[in-house]
Ligand binder design. Structure first.
Ligand SMILES: Nc1ncnc2c1ncn2[C@@H]1O[C@H](COP(=O)(O)OP(=O)(O)OP(=O)(O)O)[C@@H](O)[C@H]1O
Length: 478
């Protein structure tokens, strides 16, 4: 069909109106350009930025951009503590209104544990910030990468935490540390303690076994003031994380336990470990072959642990080893394995080294040295500030004896032999270990206490005989 004359006229008029629109647009653009130039020239940039920020805040403050944090099960092929913290923390948020929840119990636990059953959305509020958690699965990587020290496939699950973008800083700096600290607390509550011993002379691997030592402060025969001072010190240490940070000190503590054999040094260490819920790393100096060997051993200890170095006065032994006492070919081999050719050390050098290295490794750590002969120690070790507390454990006197009698024989009141035993204990030196051993010989208190009395009398006579002999040996004056 051919177009009519009216059709052409209306198309032309619409073209005219379009051209007038362009004219209008051009005029508007020119005006805006002039206005912009005028504003830029007349209003300083600071005032302009301020006005723009206010304008944005007014119009966009209610629109929420979401930010997400992905917390995967593994981090750099290792267990991601934050993931496990979230796993432990989240069920506590829905325990009263859950729709689905996994429940289980391990042999060692006396309560059952709970876990999310995947796919659930958990809502949490922290400091008026709304947070949403969801657990989701990650496809396993194509290569069958395995976790270090574990048979689990890497990166199986993750938590996605979503929140308002504007709370990003608070979530990262306050909320996540809060989730982590709640986990640390529950973890230490149900922790099965371990004692690690150095695995071999050549390697630096620790071998762990369960620490089943039942020692507690309640069962330790010790002057009540000293016991209280130690417990107070431990409590202070535990709650002062922020303080250590503030004063720029490593969050660590060192004790020196000294006293004769059998006075309870090892028992006290076990009681401290049970109290703090810290693992023990028991380092025998005879298993350390060089500074680098020692460095690896110390570096491989974990946080929340106690590094115990017993009998540090055995200086001779260490020096003897470094002077190649054994077969020379064997020593060459051992040095090679320890990657420290011809490296020697003295005990004081070794202790200085531990001190320096240890203060740079991890946190929440204890180091405990024990010695039977404090007088033999290198003074550098006893220097103020190196060890935080020097604890003297001594022979059994009346108070410790009564304590052991009530603990071992259930005698809480009086016994006819008590006074005689106590006066003998004032005269001779007997360790709590010897007393405890005698008290364990019979369940009958009369028999056990009788045995102890006889032992103390014998010891007294022997020490009297020795004194007489010493006097006889000494040259007589006049
Ligand atoms: N103060 C104490 N309170 C309760 N029991 C103690 C005490 N001291 C020692 N014992 C008992 O004696 C045993 C040996 O003590 P322990 O091994 O702790 O002494 P030690 O000072 O470490 O000895 P060593 O210097 O020979 O290693 C312990 O198993 C414990 O039963």
């Amino acid at each position: 069909m051919r177009p009519s004359a009216e059709h052409f006229t209306s198309s032309f008029s619409s073209f005219r109106s379009a051209s007038s629109w362009f004219e209008l647009y051009a005029a508007f653009s020119t005006f805006m350009m002039l206005l912009r130039t005028a504003i830029n020239e007349l209003i300083p940039i600071q005032i302009r930025s301020f006005i723009i920020s206010k304008f944005r805040a007014y119009f966009f403050s209610h629109s929420s951009y979401k930010a997400s944090v992905h917390i995967t099960e593994c981090w750099e092929m290792n267990r991601n503590e934050l993931y496990y913290a979230a796993k432990e923390y989240l069920p506590t948020k829905i325990i009263h209104d859950f729709k689905v929840l996994k429940v289980g119990k391990l042999e060692k636990q006396n309560k059952f544990s709970t876990a999310l059953d995947g796919g659930q959305i958990v809502e949490d509020v922290f400091d008026n910030i709304k947070l949403t958690w969801i657990c989701s699965k990650i496809d396993p990587p194509s290569s069958h990468l395995k976790l270090k020290n574990s048979n689990t496939l890497a990166e199986k699950n993750m938590f996605v935490l979503t929140f308002d973008e504007k709370h990003r800083e608070k979530v990262m700096e306050s909320y996540l540390p809060y989730v982590l600290s709640a986990y640390e607390a529950t973890k230490s509550g149900k922790k099965v303690l371990k004692i690690h011993t150095k695995f071999s002379d050549m390697g630096t691997i620790w071998q762990a076994s369960k620490l089943n030592h039942p020692a507690t402060f309640e069962k330790l025969a010790m002057e009540p003031e000293l016991k209280k001072a130690i417990i107070d010190d431990l409590d202070r240490f535990l709650r002062r994380k922020e303080f250590y940070k503030k004063v720029g000190k490593a969050w660590k503590r060192g004790y020196m336990l000294y006293g004769p054999p059998g006075t309870g040094k090892s028992t006290l260490i076990a009681a401290i470990a049970n109290y703090l819920k810290f693992d023990i790393y028991d380092l025998e100096l005879s298993s350390v072959f060089s500074n680098s060997d020692l460095m690896s051993a110390v570096r491989n200890t974990s946080n929340r642990s106690i590094l115990v170095i017993e009998d540090i006065d055995c200086n001779k032994e260490v020096l003897n080893r470094s002077k190649l006492n054994h077969d020379p070919s064997e020593n060459a081999y051992l040095r090679k394995m320890a990657r420290c050719p011809d490296e020697k050390f003295t005990l004081s050098g070794l202790l200085n080294y531990i001190d320096g290295l240890w203060s740079t490794c991890g946190e929440e750590r204890f180091i405990i040295f024990t010695t039977n002969h404090i007088d033999k120690l290198d003074p550098a070790l006893l220097r103020p500030g190196r060890m935080d507390m020097h604890i003297h454990l001594s022979f059994c006197k009346a108070h410790a004896f009564r304590f052991l009698a009530s603990n071992y024989l259930d005698i809480h009141g009086h016994h006819p032999l008590f006074e005689e035993i106590e006066s003998l204990l004032e005269e001779i030196e007997v360790s709590p270990a010897t007393v405890a051993e005698e008290l364990m010989r019979s369940e009958d208190p009369d028999v056990a206490l009788g045995g102890l009395y006889n032992l103390l009398k014998r010891n007294k006579m022997e020490s009297g005989d020795m004194e007489i002999k010493e006097e006889e040996k000494a040259p007589r004056s006049g």
